[in-house]
Ligand binder design. Structure first.
Ligand SMILES: [Fe+2]
Ligand SMILES: [Fe+2]
Ligand SMILES: [Fe+2]
Length: 404
């Protein structure tokens, strides 16, 4: 596929934002709820088209600064001063040539109207941040175990309690109007939400090149890696090693960028794995390992639903497949595993063995080679790639934890 190319930018953001809502209890659709409710507020307030675009794009990724399940749980308390993840989100977004326009809105999405936390105050807070703050807190007042119709009075009571403190009174007035329409609460909580989102989302087709996609991928790599202290740099490590091996094997410039993106996103499905499994200070039980084995399935389906990522999704998601067909989750065989997928599998093993894990320290080069040899002999991974790696092991080891 030639780059730069015109891509459906909203579809890309919507797909990636789903990963932010992956959790132990499945997909919570928090970002979609906030985005749809924000768009309804925007219509009521008569926002301009460009303001609506900024609002939608910011709302659909507003919690990009959250990685751990513990933090996800904390920010559900509406009185909690959740400003930290907003700053983290801003720090990540402002580095991307594609997503930086949304950094400011995300930075201020928990700033309180009365200035009682460290953010801005009153009308100095960007309007879109004020809208996201209000609808975001509102979504956490809704009780999932009760019919949503009938909760209006309680929701309004809670919001009014914070009017003039957290929220701008004018916006509170608007949202009260929306809440009194049954359809509003049903739209944001029912199974129609994903299709409604498509109706309300602005249409943005924009030109993006592989470097732009890479900047988005590296933001998500940080979200993934920050989920566990043991994987702090895993996605970056596997990216460095995959690119090194692919270069040696003769990949083109374009393919090198593609494999870097695939590596940065290879574990995106791990956002569905509970933190206590990722942080477990010992070997996983069979049941925990089963949960872990689901992660590449999620990686595949998330990335494969992005049109531009057809090859990237395979390179990323097949890193636990084995040439002898005994890998997971698709049990692919030698003929179905392309060079990109094979490089990813070898890089993943090498990075993992070079990094500390909860149940062991990083291995020495000699120990790593011994482990990789066993895997080649069992027909798990490609011996030709391992041969290149063994010849240059010192140099490749130097890529682990290297600042980029
Ligand atoms: Fe937030
Ligand atoms: Fe949120
Ligand atoms: Fe993995």
């Amino acid at each position: 596929m030639p780059y730069p190319q015109k891509i459906d930018f909203i579809k890309l953001l919507l797909t990636l934002s789903k990963t932010l809502d992956l959790g132990t209890s499945g997909l919570t659709r928090h970002h979609q709820m906030v985005a749809l409710a924000s768009m309804k507020m925007a219509s009521l307030l008569g926002l301009r088209r460009d303001e609506k675009e900024d609002l939608f794009c910011s709302a659909i990724i507003h919690d990009i600064g959250v990685s751990t399940s513990a933090e996800k749980a904390r920010i559900m308390d509406i009185d909690y001063d959740a400003v930290n993840h907003a700053i983290v989100g801003w720090t990540r977004l402002k580095e991307s040539p594609i997503l930086f326009p949304y950094a400011e809105t995300v930075k201020h999405h928990h700033d309180r109207w009365d200035g009682s936390n460290i953010g801005l105050k009153g009308e100095d807070i960007p309007l879109n941040s004020r809208i996201i703050h209000l609808v975001d807190r509102m979504t956490f007042i809704i009780k999932n175990d009760k019919p949503v119709i009938g909760q209006e009075t309680e929701i309004i009571k809670q919001i009014e309690r914070l009017s003039g403190k957290f929220f701008q009174p004018l916006l509170v007035k608007c949202i009260k109007e929306l809440i009194m329409e049954e359809s509003f609460l049903l739209d944001i909580t029912s199974d129609f939400l994903p299709s409604l989102i498509n109706n309300y989302a602005p249409s943005i087709i924009r030109e993006v090149d592989l470097d732009g996609l890479m900047s988005i991928a590296s933001i998500f790599a940080h979200v993934i890696d920050n989920k566990s202290t043991y994987t702090m740099r895993h996605s970056l490590n596997i990216a460095n090693i995959s690119v090194w091996l692919a270069k040696r094997i003769g990949f083109s410039e374009k393919e090198l960028k593609m494999i870097e993106i695939a590596a940065l996103l290879h574990d995106i499905g791990k956002l569905s794995v509970p933190d206590d499994i990722l942080e477990k200070p010992g070997r996983l039980s069979p049941e925990e390992f089963n949960i872990m084995r689901g992660h590449t399935y999620f990686t595949y389906h998330i990335l494969n639903s992005i049109d531009e990522f057809d090859t990237i999704s395979e390179w990323a998601a097949f890193h636990h497949e084995k040439l002898n067909g005994s890998g997971y989750p698709f049990h692919l065989k030698e003929g179905q595993l392309s060079m990109g997928s094979r490089i990813m599998a070898v890089s993943d093993k090498f990075s993992a063995l070079s990094e500390d894990r909860p149940y062991r320290k990083s291995l020495t080069n000699k120990e790593i080679i011994a482990e990789l040899n066993v895997m080649v002999e069992s027909g798990d991974i490609d011996g030709k790639i391992v041969k290149i790696l063994k010849e240059e092991i010192e140099e490749i080891r130097g890529l682990i934890n290297k600042e980029v």
